[in-house]
Write a protein that binds this ligand. Structure first.
Ligand code: RIB
Length: 304
């Protein structure tokens, strides 16, 4: 497999609401739906739909959601033989999306919280011949570090999405080739409020100083700031009409990883990430919003 994803698999329980509720407030929403999600599984689906041979390593519960989550991975073309069905509930995410397409998310880890040493053994097998490992922070931190170590030992590129924002252990910084926070995660990791290009560049420098090789700060409709020790560059976003921004960051990582796994240049890979992220916000739901290769190439061609 070109790409291996080690991470979370959730069922998203989504309400569309006029605005996000304030603490203590009861609001009447417009609609409710469930959709397969989880940052790990979303990134795997994004890669597979864009054409990359992709394997998922993680856990679902032995409930109805677990079966549906596995089916969604398979339908997208993700190899799910690295996914264990464990006793107990699957991970879930409670998501509110408002009329401006903004969202809030609360996750309950379920099976993701039990990811452990057995999963690292399956990951090690999956990494043979892989080019890129995608990580996020919805499974236990010690396992994220073990996964990054396993990838580094095999020369596999480690891409870490530090979401949800948590303090990172010292070892993980140096094991990370590409770190992809959004603005709030970059701010949480550095203590620098990220409001514009200048503050994003300052946060990127602080992250590079911890030992990461490349930092990409995802800035939503403003694009992405990309920095390594030699250069800092702002990349504009593709302009689209947003419907639902859930999993836009996952789509970005999927696009970036797919392009890199195909040996494309880093610049081209950034554009693939931006295009995948833009397309994903035009549709509701996490995994259902991931674009396929034809849609992505069309956007790149038309606005190239
Ligand atoms: O990044 C979006 C994802 O975050 C959702 O699908 C939800 O499951 C949470 O993991």
């Amino acid at each position: 497999m070109s790409i291996v994803v080690f991470g979370s698999i959730n069922m998203d329980l989504v309400v569309r609401t006029p605005r996000l509720p304030a603490p203590g407030e009861t609001l009447t929403g417009h609609t409710f739906f469930t959709a397969p999600g989880g940052k790990g599984a979303n990134q795997a689906v994004a890669c597979a739909r864009l054409g990359a041979p992709t394997r998922m390593v993680g856990r679902v519960g032995d409930d109805l959601f677990g079966e549906q989550l596995r089916a969604s991975l398979r339908t997208a073309g993700v190899q799910d033989d690295g996914v264990l069905t464990a006793p107990g509930p699957s991970g879930v995410a409670l998501i509110a999306v408002d009329d401006a397409a903004e969202n809030t998310i609360v996750i309950v880890p379920g099976a993701n919280g039990a990811v452990g040493g057995d999963d690292i053994s399956r990951l090690e097998q999956a990494l043979d011949g892989a080019r890129v490992l995608l990580l996020q922070l919805e499974v236990p931190m010690a396992m994220v570090v073990a996964a990054a170590r396993a990838a580094r030992a095999r020369g596999v590129t480690v891409m870490l999405d530090p979401a949800p924002a948590l303090p990172l252990p010292d070892e993980l910084w140096a094991l990370t080739d590409i770190l992809t926070p959004n603005e709030s995660e970059a701010a949480a990791l550095t203590g620098i409020p990220v409001r514009d290009e200048q503050s994003a560049a300052a946060a990127a420098r602080a992250l590079l100083a911890r030992g990461v090789r490349t930092v990409i700060i995802k800035l939503g409709a403003r694009g992405a700031l990309v920095a390594d020790t030699d250069n800092t560059r702002m990349w504009p976003a593709f302009t689209v009409t947003p419907v639902d921004t859930v999993a836009a960051g996952d789509a970005f990582n999927g696009g970036l990883a797919t392009a890199l796994s195909e040996g494309r240049s880093f610049e081209e890979a950034i554009r693939w990430g931006l295009a995948a992220g833009a397309l994903s916000v035009t549709k509701p739901g996490a995994q259902p919003s991931m674009p396929d290769r034809r849609e992505l190439l069309e956007l790149l061609g038309v606005r190239g």
